[in-house]
Design a protein around this ligand. Structure first.
Ligand code: SF4
Length: 769
């Protein structure tokens, strides 16, 4: 077919609209230009999985002449299905980022932590240095005095394998207590099953979707977004509960702009209507649940009129939504959000979400939740570790064994809350106070300490007190430049990692393998862990000589091989997604004490906790302040991608969303720069003002991940404001250990100047491939 200029322009515009999330994409500059061929020689395809968020999409990396040129989705992979989000495609720019850490660094003697004065070292010297100091700490205080923090799929070596071999229970991931702990704890004690890393929501089969605290489309988890779009295409109704008119709200048939902190009241009112009007799934409740009688009595007081006063959502709307949900049951679903640490009652809020789903009869049923199953995979055989891995993760709660073996101490945060999940923020305190016992060393893998853990001044003080701080990372993030020793890891496109075992409708295993050799003097995490392990006297846990042998053995044990996975990229196994699949095999999926879905939790009652969720008001907003809300953007992941020029061309800074009328009262202009100051006096910014009707009057909103202060990040530095810097307060959820972050309040301070920084376009041109 001949493509004339008019038709070409039309097609270009359509495809740009489908992929571009910002207006400044390089692709938009000259849409009429016929794209040049991006390759000249032979193209090799390497299967791997993406690391630009934690969804782990299977990727097909195109390598030409020893250089990665392009990254596509693996067609056969259930997470990507041949498609990637902008971050996945922008991985090439991360690989060739000239700001990357290039060789091991040791802090110059006599300099202060945070001063950023380093000398180059060989890997031998750097690893010997770390091992020698770790062994000293162990000798004086015990192995538990070294804590291990990790974030990203390579973290398994540094928060699971090595700490368990070394004998420290103090291993943690921010993905637990600063993210999913409440939803996982609630799920364990309601359904006896975790939610897991990939939320098992049967989106495409659903006919009525209620999003409460769920920013789908802004957190861009590829598969989920594809399924969500498909559900809407098939005609599913959508209700979005959010103080902000989010991207998802713009697709909804109802937007409920709830007063922040009152979601639990709304959920309880919906439970009330379903029970009072006899709209729940009676057969399902009778067959699969316990505690309905107690719930019915408890819910008497939670009328829509009661909830209206709290939530500011009209009682009639509350009733109408409950009735619509019921009419669509069991194909009506309230998916769990991901970041669930809000106000301190978060496990109870998530229990209410699950109870509602159970009343709709949708758990284990098409259109509700499917039952995700992990793939069959064996461990590499090695002698038993002295301790169980304790870090857990967003794929379920952990926390190590109940009983601590003789000679070892329990985790330093134990006893502060009910669940076994690890709480990274609670491991900062023992670094300062020495209670319940001292933590004197920290090995930090890919965890952005100053953009994830609340109360940054406290974290800095804790780092100052340590005997040893080791950072393993790819980029010179600000916290990295506080370390005594910096060990530069190569990127995910240059290394093997452990196998990714994904619990899913059809469980599967993914391989990460290098597409190209590591640049500069960087090394893969597995190599760093093994070399450190050997120096720490842990040889018996590293019987494998290299990662290929390790991976091949694991795969051979399940009848496959490394060679097979290199060719296929993904190994898909069979699932048992619905209750009827389990019943056919006479198996029970509910691993609760009663063996049923627990609407009423006897275990909670026995531990002095509310056996049924009840509403408690959030901390009130002080006069003159706004509640600080925060969220995601589709083109960045956490605070990890702001030095990627492709993504920065799409979104270079965050803005503070303020309701237009509030802006008028404060005399603000759209686009001017301001400071944000919290009620503890911490000032952050400058940040650009976005005046909008898309947010309630009583809160302001920031996208997370901006406001970098590490000068080595030449693109990210000084752009936007950090929400984490303003989160100096958190409330500990007494059940899950989650650090509830929406208890911070800010005021807007005028008079900030626009930061004098080079334009992103210019910086991007300087580093374009
Ligand atoms: S959703 Fe995007 S960033 Fe996340 S793994 Fe998939 S392609 Fe990568």
């Amino acid at each position: 077919m001949k493509l004339d200029r008019r038709r070409f322009l039309k097609l270009s515009a359509a495809s740009v609209g489908a992929v571009a999330f910002g207006s400044r994409a390089a692709a938009l500059r000259a849409p009429w230009a016929v794209p040049r061929k991006w390759y000249a020689g032979e193209v090799r395809t390497v299967f791997s999985y993406c690391e630009n968020c934690f969804w782990k999409c299977g990727i097909a990396v195109k390598v030409e002449g020893g250089r990665v040129r392009k990254i596509d989705g693996q067609k056969q992979n259930p997470k990507s299905r041949g498609r990637l989000c902008p971050r996945g495609q922008a991985g090439v720019a991360q690989l060739y980022d000239p700001d990357r850490l290039k060789r091991p660094l040791i802090r110059i003697e006599g300099s202060r932590r945070g001063e950023g004065k380093y000398r180059e070292a060989s890997w031998e010297e750097a690893l010997d240095y770390v091992a020698e100091r770790m062994l000293k700490i162990k000798e004086r205080y015990g192995p538990e005095a070294v804590a291990w923090f990790g974030h990203g799929s390579g973290d398994s070596w540094f928060v699971e394998y090595l700490p368990a071999a070394w004998g420290s229970p103090n291993a943690a991931k921010p993905a637990v207590s600063i993210c999913t702990a409440p939803r996982e704890t609630a799920s364990q004690w309601t359904f006896g099953r975790p939610v897991g890393g990939h939320e098992p929501v049967d989106w495409t089969e659903s006919r009525y979707i209620v999003l409460i605290g769920h920013h789908i489309g802004e957190d861009t988890h590829n598969t989920q977004l594809q399924d969500f779009a498909e559900a809407l295409r098939r005609g599913a109704k959508l209700v979005v509960v959010d103080p902000r008119f989010s991207t998802a709200a713009s697709k909804a048939h109802r937007w409920l702009p709830i007063k922040p902190g009152t979601d639990l009241a709304l959920l309880l009112a919906w439970i009330h209507v379903l029970i009072k009007e006899d709209l729940y799934d009676r057969d399902y409740v009778q067959k699969y649940t316990v505690g309905f009688e107690e719930l019915a009595v408890h819910s008497n007081k939670h009328t829509p009129e009661w909830a209206e006063k709290i939530t500011e959502i009209p009682a009639e709307t509350i009733r109408a939504v409950a009735r619509e949900m019921a009419a669509a049951k069991p194909r009506a679903v309230l998916p769990p959000g991901r970041h669930t640490v809000w106000y301190g009652d978060d496990t109870q809020r998530m229990r209410a979400v699950y109870i509602l789903n159970a009343l709709l009869g949708n758990y284990g049923v098409p259109g509700g939740f499917y039952l995700a199953k992990p793939p069959y995979l064996e461990k590499y055989p090695h002698p038993p570790f002295p301790l169980e891995p304790a870090a857990g993760g967003c794929s379920g709660s952990s926390g190590g064994a109940e009983e601590v073996p003789e000679g070892f101490k329990p985790r330093a945060d134990k006893g502060k809350f009910f669940a076994k999940t690890t709480a990274i923020q609670e491991l900062i305190e023992p670094m300062l106070s020495g209670e319940p016992y001292p933590i004197r060393g920290l090995v930090c893998y890919g965890t952005n300490l100053f953009h994830s853990i609340p109360n940054v001044p406290r974290t800095k003080k804790a780092l100052e007190k340590l005997d040893l701080y080791v950072a393993i990372d790819v980029l010179p993030q600000e916290h990295v430049m506080w370390a005594d020793v910096i060990l530069p890891e190569c990127t995910y496109l240059e290394r093997y990692d452990d196998l990714a075992a994904i619990a899913h409708k059809t469980p599967f295993i993914e391989l990460r393998q290098p597409a190209v050799e590591p640049l500069w003097d960087t090394k893969p995490g597995w190599w760093i862990a093994r070399e450190l392990g050997l120096r720490l006297g842990l040889e018996k846990y590293f019987p494998w000589k290299d990662i290929e042998e390790y991976l091949d053995t694991r795969l051979q044990l399940i009848g496959s091989s490394l060679e097979e996975l290199k060719q296929k990229g993904t190994l898909i196994q069979k699932g048992r997604p619905y209750l009827k699949d389990w019943e056919r095999r006479h198996r029970n999926p509910f691993k609760t004490p009663s063996g049923k879905i627990e609407l009423y939790s006897q275990t909670f009652a026995e531990h002095g906790l509310d056996p049924l969720p009840d509403y408690t008001p959030p901390m009130p907003v002080p006069e003159g302040f706004y509640r600080l809300l925060y969220g995601r953007t589709p083109v960045h992941s956490f605070a990890k991608t702001q030095n990627n020029w492709v993504l920065m061309e799409l979104k270079a800074e965050n803005e503070v969303w303020i309701h237009r009328e509030e802006g008028r009262k404060l005399g603000l202009r759209h686009g001017e720069y301001v400071w944000l100051e919290n009620d503890a006096g911490v000032r952050e910014g400058p940040v650009r003002v976005r005046l909008t009707e898309r947010i309630r009057h009583d809160c302001v909103y920031l996208v997370h991940g901006f406001g970098h202060k590490g000068r080595g990040l030449r693109l990210a530095y000084g752009r936007g404001a950090s929400d984490n810097a303003l989160q100096t307060r958190y409330v500990l959820d007494p059940i899950s250990g989650g650090a509830a972050l929406r208890n911070n309040f800010v005021k807007v301070v005028k008079g900030a100047a626009r930061p004098r920084l080079k334009r992103i376009g210019q910086l991007a041109r300087e580093r374009r491939l």
